[in-house]
Design a protein around this ligand. Structure first.
Ligand code: TXA
Ligand code: MG
Length: 327
């Protein structure tokens, strides 16, 4: 696992994409671009390759992985007893940031599902990855390409700096367009349950299906991997009001980094005084990359202004709750 020679491959170069596929077919580990975050991929039918993911990430073996496929036509390769609603959701939201939890097909290795009888599946929206999976009719198991509990990467450079030497290649497909992990929706029970909030909201799912959708605060499915402490930068992160941040700045000055919401509170933006966009989609797209950048600045803490708690901001607030300390 350690001391692998990590190749940097370019997703806009056909030969590099072929190399990535070759490595995956041979049981290797390739970090791949998706629209949400970079994933650390292995051939999902190759149990030994999948075990390599857990070793590279330092992730506990009972945490199930998401299988990424090229199109809904591959769904029966991975899931069984597929309800009609799965096809309805797939037609509306795939390719895209929605993971469906379904009964697993018999052939799916238990290394992928953490020993569970269900499997998570999605069709990612990054064109190059999707075409690779479609052409090869392959499914890749891929958690976010970060060491266990750390921030998910939204660029190839972030993957490389966290996992170089532990994986075989990084396929650089540019910055992730969405920037936050997919919504996870459990279809195995009598009621629809969102297990992890994401870019596709419970309201959108309810509107499409006409069914009630339980949200994370209403369910208590113990899912390994759905842990309270998660997605953390190394530097302590405080989620605070603008007033609290301005007070902290007065006291600590440039010893701390600040991230304001929508504008910089009259301060001049610098490498450690930042702002994130007002619109939710752009905010989400830039959140992890901003935290990654500040995490490398050697400051004693990062203070981030609490974003809106309005409808549609659920996934952002979920990740911030896990990544930081509320003040
Ligand atoms: O956007 C995403 O979902 C990204 C990209 C790479 O696709 N992937 C990602 O994977 O965030 P990961 O492993 O960091 O998070 C997957 C989550 C975990 O919390 C895991 O517990 C849950 O999915 N999960 C996977 N299979 C499951 C299953 N069968 N039942 C319940 N939860 C499951
Ligand atoms: Mg993750």
């Amino acid at each position: 696992m350690a001391n692998r020679n990590t190749q940097l491959l370019n997703a806009s170069c056909d030969k590099d994409v072929e190399t990535a596929l070759h490595i995956l077919r041979a049981g290797g580990l390739v970090a791949v671009p998706t629209e949400t975050v970079y994933g650390l991929a292995a051939d999902a039918m190759n149990a030994a390759a999948v075990q390599g993911i857990f070793a590279a990430k330092g992730r506990p073996a009972d945490h199930p992985l998401i299988v990424h496929i090229g199109s809904v036509a591959q769904l029966e390769d991975w899931a069984s007893n597929i309800p009609d609603i799965a096809y309805q959701l797939a037609a509306a939201f795939w390719p895209g940031p929605l993971t469906l939890i379904l009964d697993k097909a018999a052939e799916v290795p238990s290394a992928v599902t953490g020993g569970k009888s269900s499997v998570g599946v999605r069709v990612p929206a990054h064109r190059v990855l999707r075409e690779l999976l479609q052409t090869a009719r392959m499914g890749v198991a891929a958690p976010s390409a970060n060491p266990y509990k750390r921030l998910s990467p939204t660029s190839a450079q972030q993957v490389y700096s966290q996992l170089a030497g532990r994986i075989d290649a990084v396929l650089d497909g540019g910055p992730c367009a969405v920037g936050l992990e997919s919504t996870i929706l459990d279809l195995t029970g009598a009621q629809l349950q969102v297990l992890r909030e994401g870019p596709i909201t419970a309201r959108q799912i309810a509107a499409l299906t006409g069914r009630a959708v339980l949200t994370p605060l209403q369910h208590d499915v113990a899912v390994p991997g759905n842990v309270a402490v998660h997605y953390q930068p190394h530097t302590p992160l405080y989620i605070a009001s603008r007033r609290q941040i301005l007070a902290a700045l007065q006291e600590r000055g440039s010893a701390i980094a600040c991230v304001f919401y929508a504008d910089t509170a009259g301060l001049t933006p610098t490498s450690i005084v930042r702002s994130l966009p007002e619109r939710k989609a752009s905010y989400a797209q830039q959140l992890y990359s901003t935290l990654h950048a500040l995490d490398g600045m050697g400051v004693e803490a990062i203070w981030l202004e609490r974003p809106p708690s309005a409808e549609g901001w659920g996934d952002v607030n979920d990740r911030l709750r896990r990544a930081g300390n509320a003040l």
